[in-house]
Design a protein around this ligand. Sequence first.
Ligand SMILES: [Zn+2]
Length: 106
Amino acid sequence: MDVSELDAPVTICVDRGSRRLVLAWADGRAVELPFAVLRAQCPCSSCRRLTQRPTPADFGSIDVTSIQSMGYGVQFIFNDGHERGIYPWALLAEMGWRVGQVIQNG
Ligand SMILES: [Zn+2]
């Protein structure tokens, strides 16, 4: 499967209790992404320009205030005021696999 053409997930769950985003696709694959990972790896142009990228540990208390559907992905509004990053589905899937929190759904 070419992740660059990944379809939208069938389930998008913002779990405020554990501060994680849970995405599940129709083929059974799913990923869990802590909000801190999402914030640290924000793909917006100003974050990408940082010479020293922050780590998830820098955002231990980050929360997602809201998410906006962009069709090919989502835009997160974080409680630190940052809202510029648009995360395509393929990026979220890749981030999930990279942090090693793939959920096997049979
Ligand atoms: Zn950013």
